[in-house]
Write a protein that binds this ligand. Structure first.
Ligand code: SF4
Length: 293
């Protein structure tokens, strides 16, 4: 660890009384850090990865899927809609959609143009409408109108890939799964848990670092951290609670005050993405579509 790194983390710890940094729980000491030049052994990597997971669990004890849903069908639909847009936009769109088509049978029988208009705010609405009509018909015709609880069945549905299937399995069926989305991939590469770019290879390498029972919550924690602190373009390194464990510290803003201004959602005192967040979520709910955000 460099002197500047120590000092940035120390300043961040001492600034813990501000509103923006309230949810943080900083890593104590610098034992987990390693000199950048020394190659890390497999054992050290596993230990560091698991320590990051433990720290994130303390920072985000309320980590959860950020799509609003009440059953497996709603989660499946919401996850398909979340491609190329924010969970917030999906959450603002799905109340009217689920009111109009509460079951796979209802959605399979939808007028395509009416369906397109309802999901229009999520972008790519023609392709997404096609997927929703196709997957609803497949659920009705091949799975008795129920969402199947097996990966091999889920990936046969139109518009459903491995990532969507893992989201549904992990959050509607309690089957452990890793969700390798853009945040997950970026962060695990920054942390040097893997150098892979291909999501399936990333999934396999990260799966090997953790017990299966951790996979679903690990995914939520990483995605939470990516959305709030470790952003793609300007990570808030100076306000990052796991900075001492991160080989990419310094890729973003290291000044604690400037970094704090980059924090998002509940960590930045802003509304979250869910209109109906879980009761333990410490932030504010998101506003409905059309309301001032
Ligand atoms: S790159 Fe910066 S913000 Fe991201 S985890 Fe590392 S120290 Fe934290």
């Amino acid at each position: 660890m460099t002197a500047s790194r120590n000092s940035a983390v120390g300043e961040q710890e001492s600034a813990g009384s501000t509103e923006a940094s309230k949810p943080h729980k900083s890593v104590k000491g610098s034992k987990g850090a390693r000199p950048e030049s020394r190659p890390e052994s497999r054992l050290a990597l596993v230990r560091r990865a698991r320590r990051i997971n433990r720290e994130l669990a303390e920072v985000y004890p309320y980590a959860h899927p950020e799509l609003d849903f009440e059953n497996s069908f709603q989660l499946l639909v919401a996850t398909v809609l979340s491609a190329q847009t924010t969970d917030l936009r999906v959450n603002q769109t799905t109340p009217a959609l689920f009111a109009a088509y509460p079951t796979p049978e209802d959605m399979a029988a939808a007028d395509p143009e009416a369906l397109e208009q309802l999901i229009r705010p999520t972008g790519f609405f023609r392709a997404k409408a096609k997927s929703l009509l196709g997957l609803s018909a497949a659920l009705r015709d091949h799975f008795g109108g129920e969402v199947p609880g097996r990966l091999e069945d889920l990936v046969t549905l139109p518009g459903v890939g491995r990532k969507t299937a893992n989201v549904v399995l992990g959050n509607a069926f309690g089957v452990p799964g890793l969700t390798v989305d853009t945040h997950f991939g970026r962060l695990v590469r920054r942390w040097k848990w893997t150098a892979q770019e291909d999501p399936e290879k990333v999934e396999a390498e990260i799966a090997a670092l953790f017990p299966k029972s951790e996979w679903t919550m690990l995914s939520h924690r990483i995605i939470f951290h990516g959305r709030r602190v470790c952003h793609a373009r300007k990570p808030a390194c100076g306000a990052c609670p796991i900075a001492p464990l991160c080989p990419a510290y310094g890729e973003g803003e290291t000044d604690p005050d400037k970094a704090k201004k980059l924090l998002k959602y509940e960590m930045g005192g802003q509304p979250g993405q869910r209109l109906r967040p879980p009761s333990d979520y410490p932030g504010r709910p998101a506003a409905p579509l059309g309301a001032a955000e």
